[in-house]
Design a binder for this molecule. Structure first.
Ligand code: AQP
Length: 339
């Protein structure tokens, strides 16, 4: 199959309410990307199964996530939107790639180390899927001969692992897989927690004041931003410096992403103002941005039959595309039906 544009794959796991980090790190780019790439936007529900302790209503969470994809401007006539578990080829390739992945390289994955620490701090049992999920992510990407994967900085290492697995397979069986490249922006690729700006903002954070959720009501957004950690530099000055001023730099990245303004332009506009006034500007801009996004989200979320139709059509299209890669792999490996 020859595609006229490079192929782009991106996914979010419906493991809870989506955050401003998910939006800024990836989803905000998706609408524009449809013009330059063949886009596949996946809802990674199998990945969400790795979190078993606070059971989520996965069916609801998948439909919530799909509504956000549409509210962010993903157009089902331009892109393929699909749900991972609807395309069984992902699980098939996952097992095959497990056989081409090394235990030692998975042990090096920073995300696993962080999650393992959080889980063991909570004396929770760590399931094997938490360790293995980067391989399923590799299968997600490689099935579609993906050229580019827009991700937040936390996922860069997993795209590199995907390239290594693909390279290992290719060197044994020929050029089956395209080697994907991560697309990571300079700013906004790692939005930090509001009260602990050395830690990534995450949907699963137990302290909800660390996180702006896309469905947060505006009054709670205002409170969270007002309480966001800054610094005690005197006299107070607003500038971008991740190591000296992580809290202020994080708020600057958020403001820049939601206003589409370059950080240097913002810094000129913000010259001489106090932190409280700066936070008020962030709250005003966030309120406008979230109100608009939430309105569009609610319009889609109320129409479940439309959402299901998109999921159905997306499943058919992505099955067709992924089947081609899987067949080539089966042929190479000798997994051929002889009846
Ligand atoms: N804080 C963030 N800043 C920038 N990008 C982020 N992403 C996640 N958090 C941030 C990016 O969002 C995409 C989808 O992420 P995901 O839901 O598949 O998994 P995740 O990275 O594990 O996200 P969370 O919010 O931290 O989820 P939980 O708490 O369930 O583990 C990815 O491209 C990611 O980089």
């Amino acid at each position: 199959m020859i595609f006229s544009k490079p192929i782009l794959f991106s996914a979010v796991q419906p493991s809870g309410n989506l955050t401003l980090g998910n939006y800024i790190g990836t989803m905000r780019h998706w609408s524009k990307m449809q013009n330059n790439y063949e886009c596949l936007y996946c809802i990674a529900d199998l990945h969400a199964l790795t979190i078993q302790e606070n059971k989520i209503d996965l069916k609801k969470s998948v439909l919530d996530t799909l509504s956000f994809y549409l509210a962010c401007g993903v157009d089902p006539n331009k892109s393929i939107i699909f749900i991972q578990s609807h395309v069984y080829q992902h699980s098939q390739l996952n097992w095959i790639l497990n056989c081409f992945s090394q235990f030692s390289e998975l042990l090096r994955m920073t995300q696993f180390k962080i999650k393992r620490k959080i889980e063991s701090d909570c004396t929770k049992k760590i399931n094997a899927a938490l360790f293995n999920y980067p391989i399923l992510m590799a299968a997600d990407i490689l099935l579609y001969q993906t050229n580019f994967v827009p991700v937040g900085r936390d996922q860069k290492q997993h795209v590199e692992l995907t390239r290594n697995i693909a390279h290992r397979f290719n060197s044994l069986y020929g050029n089956i897989f395209t080697l994907p490249k991560p697309l990571i922006t300079q700013y906004g690729s790692k939005i930090m927690s509001l009260l602990e700006p050395h830690k990534k903002m995450s949907k699963s954070d137990v302290n909800k004041n660390n996180v702006i959720f896309l469905l947060d009501d505006i009054s709670s957004v205002a409170l969270k931003i007002q309480h966001a950690l800054t610094d005690s530099e005197m006299p107070s000055k607003i500038y971008y410096d991740i190591s000296k001023k992580p809290g202020i730099s994080n708020l600057l990245e958020i403001l820049s992403a939601i206003t589409n303004k370059d950080i240097n332009i913002l810094l000129k506009e913000l010259e001489g103002i106090m932190y409280a006034e700066f936070k008020k500007i962030v709250v005003d801009c966030l309120s406008k941005f979230l109100s608009k996004l939430q309105k569009s989200y609610n319009d889609y979320r109320h129409d479940e039959s439309y959402l299901k139709k998109i999921a159905y059509e997306g499943a058919i299209k992505s099955q067709l595309r992924s089947q081609k890669t899987l067949k080539d792999i089966h042929d190479k490996l000798g997994l051929i039906p002889f009846f």
